[in-house]
Design a protein around this ligand. Structure first.
Ligand SMILES: NC(=O)c1ccc[n+]([C@@H]2O[C@H](COP(=O)([O-])OP(=O)(O)OC[C@H]3O[C@@H](n4cnc5c(N)ncnc54)[C@H](OP(=O)(O)O)[C@@H]3O)[C@@H](O)[C@H]2O)c1
Length: 275
């Protein structure tokens, strides 16, 4: 399977337009899955310190025939490591578990506004990027107010904002904000819940001779969202990457746009706590 096309980041680097989600896989299941994903053609691997699977991701990278330089490795700062010094320590621990000298992308996992440490964490990431431990820096689950503060206090714009996105929770306003600031949007839980049987999706799947997951992932990429589908199943992994040889037309996209019910499945970043 050809790798997903690349998209430009605002810092001059580039990122694959589809990634492989690793949560909640762990241990041998995760190592097998990441190796299979790399063989299938995935080049962006998404993990996080809080997934407690970084060591397994590192083992899979070591065992793979795909070279480190061809892999875009992304991990995230966990809540308990927020703050300037703690973030530097958290990053070093992730690098050690992943058994790599640098990550391609490091994200603040959640803003945790009650802790009010995300600006300090961001400053540490800016410093670590200068040290070569991180190629690109970004955030996850940030709302406009959180992003505005980073911009005001540091002037350094994240390259991506990884947020919950699926057809019934497309986050149009947040995505427009990201785009205005030249921040790419990554989408977590891109397949949503209960959407596989949605008649709009199944009819489009029939029309394009694809499966429902492929319709939802193609929809995301056509909106410049980088989806991060997770699958432990090689056939589904392959299908989830095989989405670049058909196009949803304007009517198809309009039909999916009607599914927006603001159906958030995960935490609200204003209140979500993560450790
Ligand atoms: N930044 C954040 O706060 C955050 C939060 C949550 C998740 N994430 C990231 O986003 C990734 C994806 O999110 P997610 O795992 O919640 O949701 P998802 O990728 O939308 O859905 C995963 C589920 O869909 C199934 N699936 C995958 N491909 C399929 C297909 N083609 N047909 C039918 N079923 C399919 C998987 O089962 P099988 O494995 O059996 O195929 C699994 O049960 C995570 O792995 C993680 O890396 C980030």
């Amino acid at each position: 399977m050809p790798a997903a096309p690349l998209l430009p980041l605002n810092d001059g680097k580039s990122i694959p337009s589809v990634g492989f989600g690793t949560y909640p896989m762990k241990d041998q299941q995760l190592e097998t899955a990441v190796q299979a994903a790399l063989l299938t053609g995935y080049r962006l691997i998404d993990t996080a310190a809080s997934y407690e699977n970084e060591t397994n991701v590192g083992n899979a990278l070591q065992a793979s025939s795909v070279e480190r330089k061809d892999i875009f490795l992304s991990t995230k700062l966990r809540g308990s490591d927020q703050g300037y010094d703690a973030a530097l320590r958290g990053l070093d621990a992730s690098l050690q578990r992943l058994n790599v000298e640098y990550v391609d992308l490091y994200l603040i996992h959640w803003p945790l506004p009650a802790k009010d440490l995300y600006v300090e964490s961001w400053k540490a990431m800016i410093a670590a990027q200068k040290d070569g431990k991180i190629r690109s820096i970004g955030v996850s689950n940030f709302k406009p107010a959180h992003l505005e503060r980073l911009l005001q206090e540091t002037g350094v714009v994240p390259v991506v904002n990884q947020i919950e996105i699926h057809a019934d929770f497309p986050q149009n306003e947040q995505r427009a904000f990201n785009a205005r600031h030249n921040i790419l949007t990554q989408g977590w839980s891109p397949l949503g819940k209960g959407l596989m049987d949605n008649p709009t999706i199944t009819q489009l799947a029939e029309k394009h001779n694809r499966n429902p997951a492929q319709i939802m992932l193609r929809w995301a990429t056509q909106l410049q969202i980088i989806p991060l589908p997770k699958s432990g199943n090689p056939d589904r992994m392959r299908a989830n990457l095989d989405i670049f040889d058909f196009t949803l037309d304007a009517d198809d996209m309009a039909a999916i746009a009607k599914l927006d019910t603001n159906n958030r499945l995960g935490g609200d970043p204003d209140t979500h706590e993560e450790f």
